[in-house]
Design a protein around this ligand. Structure first.
Ligand code: OAD
Length: 255
């Protein structure tokens, strides 16, 4: 299933870049953005829940939706894919981990310096003055169960503005520093693993092409076919939580 040449490349890489998407957290039970818009949220448009316009129109609805999602992440655990990525950082000379996920499962598995290009559910800030907001130690989330929940956003302790989720909304720029570091890493790496992303959301979807253009080794791990199949040097068809431990064992576990 895993080509010998890929194992050698992983053993010899000096700068490995890993780009992850929702598929990496799927085996932890975290629904993708689109999946969360089913069930009790199916009557809402993505734009009304994930935009500044929607937040201003109905702050309690939008804050409640993100609290509902954060509640699910808090209850989830990192899976073997997250753990293997954290272990890889100890084996290779340099690893840059870039994610589109807004959960903290990479960090909870032990990964450091994760570039969160779509922000984080766990780092809200003031809509007005951008002061970071810390959730209380024991946030009450009982009311974010199986019924639609409306929760008034907390207020900023500096300017009394409403606190907004720390994610990137429709029509917003990616976090500038993280985006710059991600592009630089893709231009300078010698191996890139693209794991669990459909590769349809730009501008992040352009990152693998920076690598493919330069004839750097591009590897995709995904149970489905994506547009990257045409440009990746290796396409490993399978679930991240199954493929990554096998790849790691083949490259680094001593017989
Ligand atoms: P998608 O939901 O578009 O794609 C998830 C990908 O994961 C698909 O290609 C699946 O085939 C694959 N997949 C599913 N299970 C998997 C598994 N166990 N192992 C490996 N792969 C698996 O998610 P993203 O590409 O991350 O943006 O979506 C990108 C962005 O779209 C999100 O970050 C979000 C959304 O709009 C924002 O929130 C700003």
């Amino acid at each position: 299933m895993i080509p010998d040449t890929l194992i050698e490349k992983l053993q010899n890489t000096q700068h490995l870049v890993i780009l992850t998407g929702a598929g990496v957290s799927a085996e932890s039970g975290i629904a993708t953005f689109r999946d969360t818009l089913t069930g009790l949220w199916e009557n809402y448009e993505a734009e009304s829940l994930a935009s500044e316009f929607g937040f201003l129109a109905d702050p309690a609805l939008v804050w409640g939706w993100y609290e509902w999602r954060r509640n699910r992440v808090l209850r989830a655990k990192p899976n073997p894919a997250h753990h293997t990525i954290a272990q890889l950082a100890k084996q290779v000379e340099k690893l840059t981990l870039i994610t589109q996920n807004v959960d903290d499962l990479h960090e909870r598995a032990g990964s450091c310096d994760v570039l969160h290009l779509h922000g984080s559910l766990h780092q809200p800030r003031c809509l007005i003055c951008e002061e970071p907001y810390s959730f209380p130690e024991m946030t009450s989330l009982e009311n974010t169960g199986d019924t639609e929940c409306r929760i008034e956003p907390p207020r900023c302790h500096l300017c009394d503005g409403p606190i907004r989720p720390g994610v990137v909304w429709f029509d917003e720029q990616l976090p500038a520093k993280a985006w710059q570091l991600a592009q630089e890493a893709c231009k300078n790496c010698d191996l890139m693993l693209v794991i669990g992303t459909s590769g349809v959301v730009w501008p992040v979807a352009q990152l693998p092409y920076l690598v493919a253009q330069k004839d750097i080794n591009l590897v995709q791990i995904n149970p489905d076919i994506t547009s990257l199949n045409a440009v990746a040097a290796y396409n490993i068809c399978g679930k991240a939580g199954e493929v990554l431990p096998l790849l790691y064992a083949a490259a680094f576990d001593k017989a």
